[in-house]
Design a protein around this ligand. Structure first.
Ligand SMILES: Nc1nc2c(ncn2[C@@H]2O[C@H](COP(=O)(O)OP(=O)(O)OP(=O)(O)O)[C@@H](O)[C@H]2O)c(=O)[nH]1
Ligand SMILES: [Mg+2]
Length: 394
């Protein structure tokens, strides 16, 4: 699972990344602060199954507080993208190639209207145009990747008479293209899979665009919601793009809370709508800054939004499910209780799950047991979100 953070310069990508990962990355109001991509671990927040099972888990990766399990997901923060990037403007879009393997994009949009299309400080800017710009640049980037090899590839396909969808998925597996993606786009656009070499330039572009939307779904993080004009801009964006998933957030507020929590100045669990200040550890200035976050962000929006963006991207948009491998005693050989929790694609079956653990476990699969109900789960049965599953092997 790889989540890519994209957006124009100074929209707050690195701030979001730092808030989610606490990695030490550079943040500044100067456009193009980030040049080389940053990698790090963020977390998806899930109701742990340990509470229902009357126990306390001991995660091997991630962590668990108050029975909220934080499951690691990889995040990547890249350079800012500007209009014309596909023709090499700004830092171009070469850096996006590092995001070919992304499962989902989070588009960070500065909804405060205080940065222009290049990320420079301004006032009264309309951020709705940033969405169109980014979509267009991503489409061009993606289309160019396809077009570069299409002619030769299509000719080979026609000569060898191989299965179209299978071959395209194989050729572009680096972009996370699957056979089903290809089939559905070909059907939707009524393209002829027998003669891909005859597709017009227009048809190939449409094919690429649709494939991009399928393989790189996107969620909008409406960032800098703590600033004055943000609320009205957010409303405008929602109206202009009713089909998009848009979540208000303040990466800056989340970063402040995460850092204060790490310094043990406050008790705060990411994604919650409140925190507790340790009065004896804060000075007046810190206290005021923290209270402002409560008033401007947590009260009106019920959270800073950062955790919600990650959760929505993984669980709602990608529809991934969290599965806990669990033996009868719920513990691994070292006695760690519910040490793992895996995020798996929708419709993962018990057998798929066994294979995802190890080829050997898949090969020797006998049956699967749901630890909650103690009942057997058919090997081809799709698992449910938050299932605890024991795999019995021969
Ligand atoms: N008020 C406010 N400021 C924010 C927020 N998020 C980011 N900022 C500020 O916006 C500026 C740019 O933030 P960065 O995170 O460096 O932006 P970026 O998108 O990584 O920029 P590039 O690396 O140049 O593409 C910094 O001054 C941040 O402090 C937010 O939620 N609220
Ligand atoms: Mg940056």
């Amino acid at each position: 699972m790889l989540i890519g953070l994209v957006g124009k310069p100074s929209c707050g990508k690195s701030t979001f990344f730092k808030a989610a990962t606490l990695a030490n990355v550079e943040i500044s109001s100067r456009p193009f602060t980030t040049i080389k991509p940053n990698h790090g671990m963020g977390y998806v927040k899930i109701d742990c199954i340990d509470k229902e099972l009357n126990t306390q888990c001991q995660p091997r990766t991630g962590y668990c507080v108050n029975h909220k399990r934080f499951v690691p997901v990889e995040l990547m923060d890249v350079a800012g993208l500007v209009k014309g990037a596909s023709e090499g403007r700004g830092l171009g879009n070469q850096f996006l190639d590092d995001l070919r393997q992304a499962d989902v994009f989070i588009h960070i949009v500065d909804v405060s209207g205080t940065t222009d299309e290049e990320g420079k400080e301004t006032t009264g800017y309309d951020p709705t145009q940033d969405i169109e710009m980014l979509e267009k640049e991503l489409d061009t980037w993606y289309t160019n990747i396809l077009k570069k090899v299409w002619k030769t590839f299509a000719r080979t396909l026609e000569v060898q008479k191989t299965n179209f969808a299978e071959s395209v998925a194989k050729q572009f597996s680096g972009l996370k293209v699957t056979e089903d993606d290809v089939k559905s786009v070909v059907l939707k656009l009524k393209l002829n899979p027998e003669k891909p070499g005859d597709w017009t330039d227009e048809q190939l572009t449409q094919f690429a665009n649709k494939l991009r939307h399928l393989t790189k779904p996107m969620i909008i993080a409406a960032n800098k919601i703590d600033k004055p004009d943000a609320k009205q801009n957010l409303e405008k964006i929602k109206k202009t793009y009713p089909e998009l998933l848009i979540i208000p957030c303040s990466a800056d507020a989340e970063l402040a809370l995460r850092e204060a929590s790490k310094a043990e100045i406050i008790d705060y669990i990411p994604g919650e709508d409140d925190f507790k200040i340790h009065e004896d550890k804060v000075n007046e200035k810190q206290k005021q800054a923290l209270e402002t976050i409560k008033q401007n962000v947590l009260k009106p929006y019920k959270s800073t939004g950062v955790q919600q963006v990650l959760n929505t991207a993984v669980l709602d948009l990608l529809k991934y499910i969290a599965i806990f491998p669990a033996g009868a005693k719920l513990a691994d050989s070292k006695g760690n209780i519910l040490p793992d929790c895996f995020l798996l694609p929708p419709a993962t079956t018990a057998l798929d799950f066994a294979y995802s653990l190890h080829t050997d476990i898949g090969d020797k699969f006998v049956k699967a047991i749901n630890v909650r109900t103690k009942q057997a789960v058919g090997k081809d049965h799709p698992l449910n979100h938050r299932d605890g599953i024991e795999i019995l092997t021969r």
